[in-house]
Design a protein around this ligand. Structure first.
Ligand code: NDP
Length: 496
């Protein structure tokens, strides 16, 4: 950290008084040292008032290390931050556990020959919890890095003062932006094979993309779909040689090159086909299929940071040095949100560890110590997130019983989920919290996709998670996606 290491070159200062040549050398070295100090600091944005820990006495809702994101980067940072003795709060984000929860077998997580993606996350979370990390499903929507402690504002309306921040918000799947894609989202168009593959038993589907994700999606579909065609827009796949070799082991997976989808077609229920453009000869063709699985890369989740911190032209967080330090001193970044090159779970974890060590060095250097931390705790000025709801939501499997509840006319929000669907399991805590709050005016019902197939068929639910809302005994909305706690509250408002 430049601010703490730049010192006046005292030896040269003495010699300057004696000889003019030495004077010149001394002057030059001062210029060099000063300019290197200025350069290293020019990227730093020191908060107004500096890092004066005595100011903490005036504040409430303090968090020594706030981590935004709970993928391998965020959770590894939490393990190290907690183990260093600091109170750590992890904001889990809108996809708790991150993208790794949407994969199946991982063969390149160091130390495990094979391990399921969700298992990696479960283990890391347990390890972070053991070291005292706390977790929150609330979303950080706004950050103010112009003041220190840094101010974080959440969707639930909390204002939190973080002494250091680790940004590990990951990335979101990219979309094609073609006609039909939005219209048939959740009705045949999806980005999550691990969530949706079981709904495509015996069907023909396409996977779009030529990277490792596309290869993995195709293999996740292999036990279910009849024919899987991977559509690659260029001459070759970008996926690793090992992944491409594995694809060849499946007779019903084919790869087609130089093709792009122009339009997704469907009827009033779901996707029925796509219009394909051949990039070589510009011809188009109709391809009848019932599922489009997108795997065309990701966009870093930095939209909420664009005025707060320097981003690279690609939208990733800019890291000016070889540490995890961002352009704001005391704010660090790790994982896919700051990595346009490696994008591997193992690398994210490593960078998460570095970020936590950087945060620890920073806290030590500004003089934040155990005494400060215990004072904050003792005077109840440490921010403690709400505990997870343990509200038991009614679960229905029979269509007759389901219809009877709907017929009462009381508004209802129904969550179709499956235990094998990671995003379903991630939404459940938020759904339970809202249900606990609003169950007197709204019926909250869970339907397990395996046990409640009768209900799924009757209401044409094609994927999980899907939320249906009912009012006065009638279906109002069909939402085939994951909602955040705030979005669930907004949905409940529509039923009032
Ligand atoms: P990549 O960026 O590696 O690949 C994206 C693919 O989508 C490319 O083939 C690209 O084509 C294609 N594409 C992009 N835009 C379009 C479009 N509009 N229409 C059609 N095709 C398009 O992303 P991935 O998500 O596959 O991988 C991200 C990272 O995660 C990589 O580092 C990868 O190695 C890693 N990963 C590793 C896994 C593992 O090891 N098991 C599993 C999954 C991911 P083009 O090549 O022409 O640009």
């Amino acid at each position: 950290m430049g601010t703490f290491v730049c010192k006046w070159p005292s030896n040269n200062r003495n010699e300057m008084k004696i000889q003019s040549v030495k004077h010149l050398i001394g002057l030059l070295s001062i210029v060099v040292v000063l300019s290197s100090c200025l350069n290293s600091n020019s990227n730093m944005h020191k908060g107004a008032g500096g890092f004066d820990v005595s100011r903490l006495e005036e504040l409430e809702n303090i968090v020594p290390i706030a981590i935004l994101g709970s993928g391998p980067a965020g959770l590894s940072a939490a393990v190290y931050g907690g183990r260093a003795g600091f109170d750590v709060l992890v904001f889990e984000g809108s996809l708790p556990g991150g993208l790794l929860t949407q994969t199946t077998m991982v063969e390149n997580w160091p130390g495990n020959i094979e391990i399921m993606g969700p298992e990696v996350i479960k283990n890391l979370k347990a390890q972070a919890t053991k070291w005292g990390a706390k977790f929150s499903l609330d979303l950080v929507e706004k950050v103010d890095f112009t003041q220190w402690p840094f101010k974080l504002e959440t969707a639930d309306g909390h204002q939190i003062y973080a002494l250091s921040v680790i940004l590990a918000t990951g990335a979101t799947p990219r979309y094609l932006g073609i006609p039909g894609e939005k219209e048939f989202w959740g009705k045949g168009v999806t980005t999550c094979a691990v969530c949706d593959a079981p709904f495509y038993k015996g069907e023909d589907v396409v996977v779009v993309g030529g990277g490792d994700s596309a290869a993995e999606e195709a293999m996740q579909l292999a036990p279910y779909a009849k024919n899987i065609t991977v559509l690659v827009r260029g001459e070759k796949m970008r996926a690793s040689a090992a992944m491409q070799q594995r694809l060849k082991e499946f007779a019903h997976i084919k790869v087609r090159y130089n093709v792009q989808i122009k339009e997704v077609l469907g009827d009033d229920v779901q996707v029925t086909g796509v219009t394909l453009l051949n990039n070589k000869d510009n011809t188009t063709e109709h391809m009848p299929i019932s599922g489009v699985f997108l795997a065309i890369g990701h966009i870093p989740n930095t939209a909420f940071l664009k005025d707060a911190i320097k981003l690279d032209p690609s939208g990733h967080i800019h890291l000016p040095t070889r540490t995890q330090q961002t352009t704001v001193e005391g704010v660090f970044a790790a994982g896919d949100v700051a990595d346009d090159r490696y994008r591997q779970a193992g690398v994210s974890a490593g960078h998460g560890i570095s970020a936590a060590l950087d945060a620890t060095f920073f806290l030590n250097e500004i003089g934040f110590n155990e005494q400060h931390q215990s004072d904050i705790k003792r005077s109840h000025r440490l921010y403690v997130p709400e505990a997870e709801s343990d509200y038991e939501i009614e679960e229905i499997a029979s269509l007759a019983e389901f219809n009877q509840i709907i017929k009462t006319g009381k508004p209802a929000i129904v969550d179709f989920y499956a235990e094998w669907c990671p995003s379903c399991m991630q939404m459940l805590p938020a759904y339970a919290a809202v249900a606990q709050d609003l169950h007197e005016s709204i019926n909250f019902i869970k339907v397990d996709a395996d046990a409640g197939q009768e209900i799924m068929k009757a209401y044409k639910v094609e994927k999980v998670p899907t939320l249906l809302t009912f009012k006065d005994g009638k279906l109002v909305e069909y939402l085939p996606k994951t909602l955040t706690k705030r979005e669930l509250y907004a949905l409940a408002d529509t039923l009032k």
